[in-house]
Design a protein around this ligand. Structure first.
Ligand code: S3P
Length: 448
């Protein structure tokens, strides 16, 4: 559980060329789901490549508290002995999801249609985030939720004793909300339907099919209509978790902005619901070769060969691309600072309810580093200063947000003066080997 310990300041100094191969840990979204779906299957699910970041470890603890047997056998190698759909027991204590919005929202959905109660909490960041987006649709199943003002944690969720299936059109593009409803629908009789206007990451749908649920997706004028038949018996699976494209973004973007760099990042997902950043970088004239395309762990992947790109140009990022790169705007805004001209990011207000208000955190930190920013509720505009142009020489506030911390540490590798962060401790939530991996490529990250 992050955010409960002491702040760990970190500094990043201008680095020489980054060289080598960056082996990225497992995908965070898929790791949470492998544990949760494993807990809902009857029998033993085997997982390899599980991300052992704090967010995922908190979900593993939660699955144990609901009655599943979750065992670690070695690095990334885990098994889950599930209790079956509807088989969750009432946890004896509060469920602490640490920093993880995905963890808490998916787990709330999973227990929402079983007649048990559970009280959820998290760190100071998670306790600020809105849960109504999940508990509103869950109430349609008959679930009740009692939280703090504004639908904040701590919150007690009382599962529906006689759940009814629901039909729900998502008001926000959110894979967390979509997944919470599908997980709740598993233990409701009949068909639960979720409609999403813009496609968001589809790992839950893929995994539900893999575990033997009956699910179909239809593309209609309304968007994607996802229909799930309730009360299946889920069959245990062997899940090979692919590498996390959202974590890969950090060494990829570092190589683009640090002069002379040439880095190979193997096995980066090209899943269309996750690869928006990579499309955007190519449009900015980044030098990225997509080598050896293949399938790994059920995901299309490629090896990315990334070279320093001293002549990138600012672009207008199409707002409809936001769901496929929602976690990558912080690091994109760093790359944009080293491009020529302005990069316009519209339709990004969801960034305000992530681990931190990411528009505000990036805007304030970049301004402190000497970059001109424009922003409104739904927009971030970065005025690029060209390769090596960012003055730096500032310390950014990370607000318990791992992606803000990593983004500014990457900026320091190419800025004129070092860039620090007030607290790098949240990085363990998603990318526990970040410091060692980046320093192994040639970065100069140090504590202090
Ligand atoms: C996630 C969905 C996204 C993303 C988060 C992981 C998931 O959140 O930001 O890091 O695993 O479903 P939203 O669904 O709220 O956009």
């Amino acid at each position: 559980m992050s955010g409960h310990g002491e702040a760990q300041p970190m500094i990043s100094e201008k680095s020489g060329p980054l060289k080598g191969t960056a082996l990225i840990p497992g995908d965070k979204s898929i790791s949470h789901r492998a544990l949760i779906f494993g807990a809902m299957a009857v029998g033993q699910t085997s997982i390899t490549g599980l991300l052992e970041g704090q967010d995922v470890l908190d979900t593993a603890s939660a699955m144990r508290a609901f009655g599943a047997t979750v065992t670690r056998h070695g690095e990334g190698v885990w098994t889950v002995n599930g209790v079956g759909v509807g088989g969750f027991q009432e946890p004896a204590d509060v469920i602490d999801c640490g920093n993880s919005g995905t963890g808490v929202r998916l787990i709330m959905g999973t227990m929402a249609t079983t007649p048990i109660s559970a009280t959820f909490t998290g760190d100071a960041s998670l306790r600020k985030r809105p849960m109504g987006r999940v508990t509103d649709p869950l109430s349609l199943f008959g679930t009740q939720a009692f939280g703090r003002k504004g639908g904040r944690l701590p919150m007690t969720v009382v599962g529906a004793a006689n759940p009814v299936p629901v039909r729900y059109a998502l008001p926000v593009a959110s894979a967390q909300v979509k997944s919470a409803i599908l997980l709740a629908g598993l233990n409701a009789p009949g068909e639960t339907v979720v409609i999403e206007k813009e496609p968001t990451r589809d790992h839950s749908e893929r995994m539900l099919l893999g575990f033997g649920a009956q699910l179909h997706v239809e593309k209609t004028g309304e968007g994607h209509v996802i229909t799930l038949t309730g009360r299946p018996e889920l069959r245990p699976q062997t899940v090979a978790v692919p590498r996390d494209p959202s974590s890969a973004a950090f060494p990829v973007c570092a190589a683009l902005i640090v002069e002379g760099s040439d880095v190979l990042v193997p096995g980066v997902s090209q899943n269309l619901t996750r690869n928006g950043l990579y499309i955007t970088l190519v449009e900015m004239d980044a030098d990225i070769a997509f080598e050896n395309p293949r399938e790994e762990g059920g995901e299309p992947v490629a090896d990315l060969r990334v070279r320093f790109s001293g002549n990138m140009k600012g672009i207008e990022v199409p707002p409809e691309r936001a769901p496929s790169m929602i976690d990558e705007y912080p690091i994109l805004s760093i790359v944009a600072s080293f491009a020529n001209g302005k990069t316009v990011m519209r339709g990004v207000k969801e960034l305000r309810v992530k681990e931190s208000d990411r528009i505000d955190a990036m805007a304030r930190g970049l301004e402190a580093c000497g970059v001109k920013i424009e922003e409104d509720e739904d927009t971030l505009i970065v005025h690029g200063m060209g390769a090596g142009g960012m003055p730096g020489g500032a310390t950014a506030k990370t607000h318990l947000d791992h992606r803000i911390a990593m983004s500014f540490l990457i900026a320091g590798m190419a800025a004129k003066k070092p860039v620090g962060v007030d607290d790098a401790s949240p990085i363990v939530t998603s990318f526990p080997i970040f410091e060692g991996l980046m320093n192994g490529l040639g970065a100069k990250l140090r504590h202090g």
